[in-house]
Design a protein around this ligand. Structure first.
Ligand code: CA
Ligand code: CA
Length: 298
């Protein structure tokens, strides 16, 4: 299996990034990821290691042979694991807790037996997710702290083992990257961090030709989800809802008003994160509703 080591890190998603590796449609590839602090926090009180290169680095990019602009890249998340420690660090000026947070304060947590040891009373089950994952964006480069149409720092906790993520291809080879693993994160990411971890992710990549899908989009065992990032939560709510509505009209044969009405009944609108430069929202629709209309996702 092709493995892309942690040395191949980047801090921007860009069509100009040199590929770290090439693979074929259908290949399984493992990414060895750095944490969002570039693995440079080793103590709660001491200075960061001086070799920090990037904020929120991702590993890659992976060039997928045959992927061309206009295609969709389907990424099956096969397997994930995280290191035996995780870090949360406060960020001054980051709402909602900017009323009390005045400095960058890291805390380091132990991870044992698939649990995060939060304190001497509370242990939390691991629920590993990928914070930043995407393809090279169309147009301007986008740093790896920012989400967008290309994916990026969406911090959607549904991007986890067993799901499929659908991303746009806007440059030859797609130039796919991922990183910023969290051992756990709640919807909202309200203290600006998940349980930030180093880790490993195995994915299988598929190039889809001639499909019309509302990327970025996630499908898990039960739901299909549109994910949209905008300057405000209000705007992200609008674009995520409209992306799903338009998909229902095209794929289910519903008229546009019927699609709006259906989404008022079955489309859950959920905040992914409110702390990255753009806000991210997802709309979830049950797969059994889509199946009733004969929709089969590629
Ligand atoms: Ca993130
Ligand atoms: Ca993170």
């Amino acid at each position: 299996m092709l493995v892309i080591e942690r040395d191949y890190a980047v801090g921007v998603m860009s069509a100009n990034n040199a590929p770290a590796a090439h693979c074929k449609d259908g290949d399984i590839v493992e990414f060895v990821t750095r944490d969002c602090f570039d693995d440079c926090i080793v103590s709660e009180t001491g200075p960061m290691l001086p070799h920090k290169q990037f904020s929120n680095p991702v590993i890659g990019p992976l060039y997928i042979e045959g992927a061309e602009p206009g295609d969709v890249l389907k990424v099956d998340i096969l397997k994930m694991e995280v290191a035996d420690t995780g870090i949360i660090r406060t960020t001054p000026g980051c709402a909602p807790f900017d009323d009390i947070v005045t400095e960058k304060l890291p805390r380091i947590y132990q991870i044992r037996d698939n649990k995060i040891i939060f304190d001497d009373k509370l242990s939390l089950d691991l629920d590993i997710m990928i914070g930043c994952i995407g393809t090279a964006p169309a147009g301007e480069d986008i740093d790896t702290k920012t989400p967008g149409k290309h994916g990026g720092n969406m911090d959607c906790r549904k991007i986890t083992q067993g799901c499929s993520l659908y991303l746009p291809v806007t440059t030859p080879g797609a130039l796919f990257c991922l990183g910023d693993l969290h051992a756990k994160m709640a919807d909202g990411e309200v203290a600006s961090c998940g349980m930030e971890c180093r880790g490993r992710v195995q994915v299988q990549v598929h190039v889809l030709k001639n499909v019309d899908l509302p990327t970025p989009m996630v499908v898990d065992d039960t739901h299909m989800m549109t994910i949209q990032s905008e300057p405000t939560l209000d705007e992200a709510s609008v674009t995520a809802s409209r992306a799903m509505r338009d998909f229902l009209v095209k794929s289910c044969g519903l008229d546009s008003i019927g699609a709006c009405m259906l989404l008022s009944l079955v489309g859950d609108l959920i905040v992914c994160q409110i702390v990255d430069p753009l806000m991210t929202v997802r709309m979830e629709v049950p797969l059994d509703v889509l199946a009733t209309y004969g929709v089969k996702l590629p």
